[in-house]
Design a protein around this ligand. Structure first.
Ligand code: ZN
Length: 618
């Protein structure tokens, strides 16, 4: 048994209430085998069935533990060796839902039907128009995302996470206590990476399982899995092979060159450096290509830009070859090996100029890397509308004039929480050749869902969650760390002033506490919004820096609380998620107004989660 599965079983952290930590969707094959043979206590996911050349498959689950198995009704022979660890059961053979078996199953499925939508792909329009639905929080949002894709009949980036920042990139490194940490200046501390607790393989596995359970794959809508902000260069060099291996089921890679950029110093003689280090043929190709779209980069500016980006771009190309090689090694089909690419350049300082975008896209083109999405910086603040739509239109137009000549769409990062008008501008200017990346919004929707729930346990969770953020805010207000203090005060002043309260409350901790505690609890308070995502893996739910991002059983027990919310809480959450996706699709014109209106009407009518989810397969 793998070390991670031992760890989870020893601490009673089961898939049913703590999914996607292990790469496997069966922790205890011994226990599940006994149930499979006796046939009792099993859920047969009847909508999950699909065919391959070797026979018909169905997903089975021990719902009390969440351990899953694949049942095969073989076309010929006993089928015992199709996957690993098979056992005979009534009507066929069963295999554990291990990650290794999942990889083989992907080949069997895609060899039999290249158009299958069980696994994430780069197909249909996913490389031009999509919505990025981040899982910064838990995996509880997936059924609602699948409902929205089904109702709107559009594919999306239905699984999206930054790795290794949000997802654990390697469970063994986690168990060995070798995860790095990520600076969060606004709370004045570093938090262990993988701060949501789930692993990249676990999430890769979980999103496929979620779709099979509701029969989403029957709708033939392609969806993608974006390994977001894959860090290139810098301190990540030493573990790039693990990053590549972990993301092997991702059908979409975002390249984030900022780690290498951060340590690149442009030499005084940039032109001389470029001459010595960048192939001359490449430089002339870039120059010609940028000129061909009517932009001019003078020699000096081009040399400076190339001297700055070339070390990172060179490493990106090496990494890209590794992603391709890993897929070629494991997967047998063209569709199974394909992946989309996004070039993230919004982490560079300042607003991105059209010339920079053109030079970067030219470089990628010259290196044979098709870039489906490029993410320039538009000066977005996370979760804040862009204040000036006319100015936004001009900014996007300038970028779009470049991107369209390379066949690239625009990726809008920090896309959560923009206004409807902002999204309309993005959609109109690009004719919906875009991706809006959203993530933090879905944590907020969970807060709203619990806040509105009448269930006592949901209310208790909500109050603990709110209190956690209030305590972090109070600590921040009086922190010796200047950034932390400044940000905490901004969040608190915003909450107080929007509630019509005086904001001069920082004289002492007592006055600040009294003012905050006098506020009615609300998910609309900015301090709740900004600190909330750290609660999910905070050991014991404690508002202490040392408790954040805790990968011990204490952190995972905390995470379990979210998987134990009531049916009412889940329905609220699912409806909130779906209605936000409809809002995005309508304003970006990814779906027609009529279809969005019909979907909204359908959504409003659900009074149970089961009826909502049973509509996914249609
Ligand atoms: Zn970015």
């Amino acid at each position: 048994m793998s070390t991670i599965n031992q760890f989870l079983l020893q601490n009673n952290l089961r898939i049913a209430t703590n999914p996607c930590v292990s790469p496997d969707f069966c922790l205890d094959w011994h226990g599940l085998s006994a149930k499979l043979v006796s046939g009792s206590g099993l859920k047969i996911w009847s909508k999950s069935t699909f065919d391959t050349a070797v026979g018909k498959w169905t997903l089975l689950e021990n719902v009390s533990t969440g351990d899953c198995a694949w049942k095969l009704e073989p076309t010929t022979g006993d089928g015992l060796n199709v996957l690993t660890d098979g056992i005979k059961i009534t009507g066929g053979v069963a295999f554990p839902a291990s990650f290794a078996n999942l990889l083989v199953l992907k080949n069997l499925i895609q060899e039999h039907n290249p158009a299958s939508t069980i696994f994430p792909t780069a197909g249909q329009k996913l490389g031009q128009s999509t919505l990025g639905i981040g899982a910064r929080f838990t995996a509880l949002h997936w059924p609602a995302v699948d409902w929205a894709m089904s109702a709107l009949e559009i594919g999306m980036t239905a699984n999206q996470n930054s790795i290794p920042r949000e997802l654990v990139y390697d469970v063994n490194a986690m168990l060995d206590g070798k995860l790095d940490s990520v600076p969060f200046p606004f709370i004045g501390t570093n938090v262990p990476e993988g701060h949501q607790g789930q692993s990249v393989e676990g999430m890769s596995h979980g999103c496929v399982m979620a779709k099979l359970k509701t029969g989403f794959h029957r709708r033939s809508i392609a969806w993608s899995f974006n390994a977001d902000h894959q860090p290139i260069g810098g301190k990540f060099d030493i573990r790039e092979d693990q990053l590549v291996n972990g993301c092997v089921l991702a059908s979409y890679i975002t390249f984030d060159l900022s780690p290498e950029f951060a340590q690149t110093k442009v030499p005084d003689d940039a032109a001389g450096w470029v001459k010595a280090n960048v192939p001359a043929e490449l430089v002339s190709k870039v120059k010609a290509r940028v000129a061909s779209i009517g932009l001019t980069l003078n020699e000096n500016d081009l040399a400076k830009l190339l001297a700055y980006v070339w070390p990172g771009v060179k490493k990106m190309k090496v990494r890209d070859d590794k992603y391709a090689a890993a897929r070629a090694k494991l997967f047998t089909t063209k569709v199974g090996r394909e992946y989309l690419r996004e070039l993230s350049i919004d982490e560079l300082p300042g607003l991105t100029t059209p010339e920079t975008t053109a030079a970067m896209l030219s470089l990628c083109e010259a290196l044979g890397m098709k870039v489906n999405f490029v993410a320039p910086a538009f000066g977005f603040q996370k979760n804040m509308p862009y204040p000036d739509n006319a100015a936004l239109k001009l900014l996007i137009e300038k970028q779009w004039n470049v991107c369209k000549q390379f066949g690239s769409s625009i990726g809008f990062h920090s896309g959560s929480g923009k206004s409807g008008e902002n999204y309309q501008v993005m959609g109109q200017v690009t004719s919906s050749h875009l991706e809006i990346k959203t993530s933090g919004r879905y944590t907020y929707e969970m807060g709203k869902a619990l806040f509105a729930s009448k269930n006592a346990a949901d209310q208790a969770l909500w109050k603990d969650w709110y209190k956690f953020t209030l305590e972090l805010a109070l600590k921040g207000i009086f922190s010796a760390d200047a950034t932390e203090q400044k940000m905490a005060r901004i969040f608190v002043v915003d909450a107080l002033s929007k509630s019509g309260k005086p904001t001069e409350v920082f004289a002492s901790e007592a006055t600040a506490r009294a003012a905050l505690e006098a506020l009615p609890l609300s998910p609309e308070h900015m301090f709740w919004f900004e600190y909330n995502f750290l609660f999910v893996l905070a050991a014991g739910g404690k508002a202490e820096k040392s408790a954040l991002g805790d990968h011990s059983p204490a952190g995972y027990k905390q995470r379990e609380r979210f998987y134990s919310i009531s049916d009412e809480g889940r329905l609220n959450f699912s409806k909130n998620i779906a209605s936000y996706i409809i809002f995005l699709a309508e304003n970006t014109a990814l779906a027609s107004k009529e279809r969005c209106a019909a979907a909204s009407k359908l959504l409003a009518g659900y009074s149970t989660l089961d009826t909502m989810l049973s509509d996914i397969s249609k």
